[in-house]
Design a protein around this ligand. Structure first.
Ligand SMILES: C[S@@+](CC[C@H](N)C(=O)[O-])C[C@H]1O[C@@H](n2cnc3c(N)ncnc32)[C@H](O)[C@@H]1O
Length: 268
């Protein structure tokens, strides 16, 4: 089946080629999720080599903490955090492609991160850590989504959010279109490409810049405590030179640790 993924804002939003309207993001991700997880679990996946180690480092000691992962994929990262001592963890994902035997304390909810604060099992709760790991692009209203997450943070809580370096997409478009990096980076036109995880699925995205991201955090009443652009370790560079070659060109992801700005006036 061929899926065309269309976009409403700066997000990736998956829709079936033969249907339109809400809910199709979930339908396409139900198809894509196993391919994504297969790619992610491969020995040389960038998630395994670069992204998850950097995300895990920023999360720090999770013993006794409550976690909410929005767009959690199969929930494997949450399962590791529960094994590391997290007291409770909730994973929300549209695909419903969850680990079949989650450990005690880990709960999965098939749902839309655009409405996460009204989901049974999430509504009315507070969390010490709220994660958007390569899923924030699916927020239809990014500021509102972050405001809702901010409102659910427990005292001293923070949000960990990762997004692909927008320069990566600009480079790919510049190569494809014979244009320059700057033209593509600052372009406002959405663009379509086939995912690396499943060639049958094309994704249309709206462009974003780094300042767009920072302005969204600011508008949501959050400040950046830490920003990280993770790189391969020396050992991984030696073992997987093709991945270093990819990183040399595409740069990878951005990771932000976000905390509520004290006194910020934020719409509820
Ligand atoms: C690139 S994967 C990232 C998965 C995981 N967070 C990780 O770091 O490996 C994006 C995830 O977002 C989920 N997703 C896409 N749209 C969503 C939505 N509207 N609500 C909830 N999850 C969504 C997909 O099903 C997929 O699991």
């Amino acid at each position: 089946m061929f899926y065309l993924v269309t976009v409403a804002d700066d997000s990736e939003k998956a829709t079936s080629s033969h249907t339109t309207g809400p809910g199709h993001s979930s339908q396409a991700w139900s198809e894509l999720a196993p391919d994504y997880e297969r790619a992610r679990s491969s020995e040389d996946s960038l998630d395994r080599l670069v992204e998850w180690p950097a995300q895990r480092t920023l999360l720090g000691d999770v013993a006794g903490l409550s976690l909410l992962d929005l767009g959690c994929g199969n929930g494997g990262k949450l399962a590791e955090l529960v094994a590391d001592g997290a007291a409770s963890a909730v994973g929300v994902d549209a695909s419903g492609n969850f680990l079949s035997a989650p450990p005690a304390g880990l709960e999965f909810i098939q749902g839309d991160l655009n409405e996460f604060d009204s989901l049974p099992g999430v509504a009315g709760r507070n969390f010490d850590r709220i994660l958007f790991l390569q899923s924030f692009g699916y927020a239809k209203d990014p500021v509102l989504t972050l405001q809702s997450a901010r409102a659910m943070l427990a005292e001293d809580g923070f949000i960990l959010l990762t997004r692909t370096q927008p320069i990566r997409y600009a480079l790919e478009r510049a190569d494809r279109n014979g244009t320059s990096l700057g033209e593509e980076y600052f372009s406002k036109a959405s663009y379509t490409y086939r995912t690396r995880w499943n060639e049958e699925i094309a994704i249309t995205k709206r462009t974003y810049t780094i300042s767009d991201l920072i302005n969204v955090f600011s508008a949501a009443g959050l400040w950046i405590e830490t920003a990280v652009e993770p790189e391969l370790s020396e050992d991984a560079r030696r073992r997987y030179p093709h991945k270093q070659e990819w990183m040399n060109k595409h740069l990878g992801i951005l990771i932000f640790k976000l905390r509520p700005l004290p006194g910020a006036i934020v719409a509820s």
